[in-house]
Each structure stands twice: as structure tokens, then as C-alpha cells.
Design a protein around this ligand. Structure first.
Ligand SMILES: N[C@@H](CCC(=O)N[C@@H](CS)C(=O)NCC(=O)O)C(=O)O
Length: 256
């Protein structure tokens, strides 16, 4: 097998306890086998999928793939795409956070990841889109550039964990070069990301003010946004602008 299992299963242990606690009154389905979540160490999107699985109280195991080998492994496991999170659950292969959220909702409608009211649901889906299409790629580029240029200016969120980097400086530099090319990271692109970040955070804060996010019941968009904001809170360049924002309170609630 080409994946590396997490060495420290702290999150997993907590989940297993909850999954085992299901009783006659608890609608959590007993799956023939637990879900298998493929991820990458330190990946905020993978952690988002974990949050959705835990919310549904579905038992799962997480297997972290080696970045670089991930695409081949996922193909071999029968997934059509090359990104993580990728979830094998109840004989279904679900890939991307948006598809995973919908797949989990189909399998287990309660507790709901989306509001029943169509207008409220459309708003949550709008927040999801903003996250998936803009906040997630911008956060990735800002993070990778900060890690490559000023490693001391980045602290990993303990819940999400640290991206694994080689100790060897040359290997680290090669990896950075590869990642820059792969994700189209240049000084100019990251300057634009940094310039558009306050607008994205304003939009998230507005969703929170309107009760679309961080409402009494958390939803799919909350789970996708909070880990990304948690990553941003660990980057010196952007943390100050974030600290007092409602978005930071969402992180405190979702990631504890
Ligand atoms: N937007 C999708 C994709 C997430 C994504 O891009 N994941 C990264 C890791 S954080 C990945 O798999 N990158 C590998 C690649 O693009 O080849 C989601 O939320 O599921």
C-alpha cells in the first residue's frame, strides 16, 4: 500500500469513541466497514471532511497519502479525480468536500449539513462556493509561499497538523519549486491573493452576521471555511487582520 497512516491517531480515537457510543436511540448507521478518508498531512480541506464525518458521527479511518504520489494512488483506488479529501464510504467513492458533504447527507440526513429551507440552503451553497473557488486556492498559495520564504512566520494549527517537509534543505527547496509551479505560485499571484483576502474575509463575516455561518447549527460551509481560516491565523502576514474578526470566532468554535 502506498499510503502512510497517521502516526498519532488523537482525532481518530475521539471519533471512535463517539461512533461506538451509538445506541438504539441514535440514528447513526452501523456501516459494514468504516469510511476510509484519503488525505494529506496538514491539509485543511482533508480536515474539513473529517469535521463533516464527525458531525454525522460516522466511523472512519484516515489514510494520509504521500503528496506527489497521491494522484497515482487515488487513481488506483478507483477515484476519478486527483485531489484529497477522497472518501470511500458505503461502497461509494466521494471526492471533493462539496461532493462529500452531499454524499454524507444522502447516506445520513440527520444531523443535517444543509438547511432544509431552499433559500437558506442556497446561501450556504454560496458560502461553500466562495470557499472552494476562492478562499481555498488563495490560502494554499499564501501558505506555501510563506512556508518557503519565511518558515518561521508560519505555525500549524494543532488540530489540522503540520505539512510534512523534508529535513534536507536542498530537498525542501526542490519541493517548494515543484509546488510553486504546480499551483501557479508567483510573487505577483500571491500579492493579488493578499489583496483580495480582506474582501473574502468581509464576505465570510457578513455571512456570519446574517446567520448563514456560525448559526445555532453548524453546516457544510462552516466546516469547510473554519479550517482554512485556522490556517490563515497561523500565518504572520495575515493573522493580524484576522484576529478580531467574527471568522476567528468561528475557528474557535469549530476547531476548539
Ligand atoms: N476543492 C477541493 C480540492 C481540495 C484540494 O485541492 N486538495 C489538495 C490538498 S490540500 C490536493 O489534493 N492537491 C493535490 C493536487 O491538486 O494534485 C476540495 O475541497 O475537496
Amino acid at each position: 500500500m502506498r499510503f502512510v497512516r497517521r502516526r498519532l491517531p488523537a482525532i481518530q480515537t475521539r471519533l471512535d469513541v463517539r461512533a461506538d457510543a451509538s445506541s438504539a436511540a441514535d440514528p447513526t448507521p452501523r456501516l459494514a466497514t468504516p469510511g476510509l478518508l484519503y488525505g494529506v498531512r496538514g491539509s485543511a480541506p482533508t480536515y474539513a471532511a473529517e469535521l463533516a464525518l464527525r458531525y454525522k458521527r460516522l466511523p472512519y479511518k484516515r489514510a494520509d497519502l504521500l503528496a506527489g504520489r497521491h494522484a497515482k494512488t487515488l487513481r488506483r483506488k478507483g477515484f476519478a479525480g486527483i485531489t484529497v479529501p477522497a472518501l470511500w464510504l458505503d461502497d461509494e467513492r466521494l471526492q471533493t468536500n462539496r461532493a462529500i458533504a452531499r454524499g454524507l447527507e444522502r447516506l445520513l440526513p440527520k444531523p443535517a449539513l444543509f438547511p432544509a429551507d431552499p433559500i437558506a440552503r442556497a446561501e450556504v451553497e454560496g458560502a461553500e462556493r466562495l470557499t472552494d473557488e476562492q478562499l481555498q486556492p488563495a490560502t494554499r498559495r499564501i501558505l506555501i509561499r510563506a512556508m518557503a520564504r519565511h518558515p518561521g512566520s508560519v505555525r500549524a494549527n494543532p488540530e489540522i497538523g503540520r505539512i510534512t517537509l523534508p529535513r534536507n534543505r536542498l530537498l525542501r527547496a526542490l519541493l517548494a519549486r515543484y509546488a510553486f509551479r504546480y499551483y501557479g505560485i508567483t510573487a505577483e499571484v500571491v500579492r493579488e491573493d493578499l489583496a483580495s483576502l480582506p474582501g473574502m474575509l468581509d464576505a465570510i463575516d457578513a455571512y456570519i452576521d446574517a446567520g448563514v455561518l456560525n448559526g445555532p447549527d453548524l453546516n457544510a460551509a462552516d466546516f469547510q471555511i473554519a479550517p482554512l481560516v485556522a490556517v490563515l491565523l497561523g500565518i504572520d502576514d495575515v493573522a493580524t487582520d484576522l484576529a478580531g474578526r467574527p471568522a476567528a470566532a468561528l475557528v474557535a468554535r469549530v476547531l476548539q
